[in-house]
Design a protein around this ligand. Structure first.
Ligand SMILES: [Zn+2]
Length: 361
């Protein structure tokens, strides 16, 4: 037996790390996870979708919690098999590719599926493929298209590394291209021209002086940001330029829709006679922590929660109307690094918090 789901989740993490599973090469780990779930859990309906494994109980418990984790890792960097050692500063440490992102989270979920015998909620487990590569290949996206009935839950927990905090919601992002136009002329006779680059002076001043909001939503603090991220223009060293472009990126709190974010950026540059084009946008996700199933999770974690920055698969669930959080062992800053490692005590802690949340009192 390769994967012993009843073993300590620290040992189970090590066993998962020792099955290499770089994106698009997850068939072996998916086989092992599927076999272990079939042989070592009771009361789960289990299906396979490509290299994803899905399992759920149907006990009629009145609420459903989804535990989701990706099985793939980034390419291995001489850091498989796993290695455990004692560090005098950091304590007991498990090293290896996936110890943080995110086989420790997977191990916790697999262990709980096999060992909780008085569940408070029905459970759905989703172990999926191809999270670390282009979004179009993402296994969770495929499940959403092909098996949407499996993604129904009152709250979804993604076991991504979150340093022991529950990370909720995420910010939206918007890119706008501002364009300026003028009249080209020889710079020796500049009075005949109209300089397009100079027209960004006022826009840059406004952006530099912009005071971004900090918003509190359900107790999570979101800090917005509006930044010029790219500027281009110019013809030659002796020409007054007749065209220039300025790209602006707005990271906005999830209490604004994409349309409201666009409107806000428009207001910031109002009256400047610049072209305005939206080039890219993704909505934010509200944390939804006021819903009962999510609130109980926060309580189980001792109130340790914070806003998630950036865009993750949490947003996928939020788009489906399911409150979703990241909660898993490990420091997210160590993900994808050659010296990826997790203090084993964090694996134990996350297991304890989720065991108490998922068990009936
Ligand atoms: Zn990950």
């Amino acid at each position: 037996m390769t994967l012993d789901l009843h073993a300590d989740p620290i040992d189970l993490t090590a066993a998962l790390v020792d099955i290499p599973s770089v994106s698009e090469d997850e068939s072996r780990i998916a086989d092992e996870v599927e076999q272990a779930l079939r042989a070592q859990t009771a009361g789960f309906e289990i299906i396979r979708s490509g290299n994803a494994v899905l399992a759920r109980t149907n006990r009629g418990l009145g609420s459903r919690v989804m535990l989701a984790g990706h099985l793939d890792t980034v390419p291995i960097a001489d850091n498989v098999p796993s290695r455990r050692e004692h560090d005098s500063a950091e304590g007991d440490i498990l090293h290896g590719c996936g110890t943080v992102d995110m086989k420790s989270g997977d191990a916790v979920f697999l262990h709980l599926a096999a060992t909780i015998d008085n569940p408070a909620h029905d459970l759905t487990l989703v172990f999926y493929d191809c999270e670390e590569i282009a979004a179009a290949r993402n296994g969770l996206g495929r499940i959403e298209r092909e098996l949407p009935e499996w993604l129904d839950a009152d709250v979804a927990i993604l076991g991504e590394p979150s340093g022991g905090f529950i990370e909720a919601g995420c910010q939206g992002t918007l890119r706008v291209r501002l364009t300026a136009s003028g009249t080209r002329a020889h710079s020796a006779r500049s009075w005949l021209g109209d300089n397009a680059i100079h027209k960004f002076g006022a826009a840059l001043n406004r952006l530099a002086a912009y005071r971004a909001r900090t918003v509190d939503i359900d107790g999570c603090e979101y800090r917005e940001g509006l930044q010029a991220v790219r500027i281009s223009g110019g013809v030659a060293g002796n020409v007054v330029p007749d065209a220039a472009e300025l790209d602006v990126n707005f990271r906005f709190a999830p209490d604004r829709s994409v349309d409201e974010a666009v409107e806000h950026v428009r207001e910031v540059v109002q009256g400047l006679d610049l072209g305005f084009e939206v080039t890219d946008s993704s909505p934010g996700a509200l944390p939804g922590l006021n819903r009962p199933a999510a609130a109980a999770l926060i309580e189980a974690a001792g109130g340790q929660f914070r806003a998630k920055y950036g865009w993750t698969d949490v947003s996928r669930f939020s788009a489906l109307g399911i409150p979703a959080v990241n909660y898993g062992p490990g420091d997210p800053n160590l993900a994808h690094k050659r010296d990826e490692r997790v203090p084993v005590e964090q694996i134990t802690h996350v297991t304890q918090v989720l065991r108490s949340y998922l068990s009936a009192g």
